[in-house]
Design a protein around this ligand. Structure first.
Ligand SMILES: [Zn+2]
Length: 293
């Protein structure tokens, strides 16, 4: 089932894993605001991207109703996806009961902080995989062994990663993906539809930067509620922006997510606006954020 492997949103956090002080929770009276102006020039400014966005909207409008992709449908997609990937050997689960318990506890604590929780059924798995990666589909969240090694002892980062993946589901990104899968299959037949879908995803990769950022914001909000350090993700993206050549093992990911520096800047703005916290200058890419609270 290699085809379906293209259908989940691959979302990665390489680990810079910085130990910094934890931040006290934000003022609960102040609603969190999401701003995408920091990427407007990069994402919205391209006429080609705008055309592709419009085509995507049109396809969704005439094709598969958004309402038909219920939380139950998403969860079922996740269940089928998981079973197929295990059955054909694409995914090999780590056999570590203590690790699994820790991941499940962290997932549960993050889910408990959602303001308007969906009915999506969430599960989390550790994969035997040497590629540093994390991704989600249909409520199933996967973190690779290599990613977990990067995050050893760095729960701030691990929580941000899991929170990011939760964000993709809660913000409707996976729902939109499933809509496109169903429409492609419906219009072009399952085999051809998959090809069209993959092509469109490749072409619209830059437009997905907004989704990545939205998932970042969502995850950071959850981790902030739990008292984790919110600057960890910023430090991570800063380091990645300055060291992208080191991460050749995830070249495919960076082909579709080439905006580490911009992402760090957007996150830093989000944290400053919503949590009144300064995570440090964007140009100090190689240094850890020096935080006092
Ligand atoms: Zn992502």
């Amino acid at each position: 089932m290699n085809r379906i492997a293209f259908f989940f949103l691959a979302c990665l956090f390489l680990a810079s894993c910085n130990d910094v002080d934890r931040v006290i929770g934000r003022d609960k009276k102040k609603p969190v605001t999401y701003s995408f102006s920091c990427i407007d020039s990069a994402v919205g400014g391209s006429s080609a991207n705008k055309r592709l966005d419009k085509v995507g909207d049109l396809i969704r409008d005439i094709g598969v109703s958004e309402k038909s992709i219920t939380d139950d449908v998403q969860s079922e997609y996740g269940r089928e996806f998981h079973e197929q990937m295990i059955a054909d050997g694409s995914f090999k689960l780590m056999k570590d009961a203590a690790l699994q318990s820790k991941l499940e506890a962290m997932l549960a604590s993050l889910l408990a902080k959602r303001e308007k929780p969906s009915g999506i059924v969430y599960k989390i798995y550790a994969l035997e995989d040497t590629v540093i990666n994390a991704f989600t589909f249909g409520g199933r969240i996967y973190v690779t062994k290599a990613m977990l090694a990067k995050c050893a002892g760095k729960d701030d980062l691990l929580a941000a990663i899991i929170g990011h993946e939760i964000g993709h589901s809660e913000m409707g990104h996976i729902k939109a993906t499933i809509q496109e899968i169903e429409l492609s299959n419906k219009v072009f037949g399952e085999k051809t539809g998959a090809t069209v879908f993959e092509l469109k995803r490749f072409l619209t990769a830059s437009a997905n930067q907004k989704n990545e950022l939205e998932a970042d914001y969502y995850g950071i909000n959850l981790t902030n509620e739990l008292g984790y350090d919110v600057c960890t993700a910023v430090a991570f993206w800063k380091e990645m922006a300055s060291n992208e050549n080191r991460y050749s093992e995830v070249e495919d990911f960076f082909r579709t997510h080439p905006f580490s520096s911009l992402r760090a800047e957007c996150l830093m703005n989000h944290i400053r606006t919503n949590f009144n916290r300064d995570c440090g200058g964007i140009n100090k890419a190689a240094s850890l954020p020096q935080v006092t609270k």
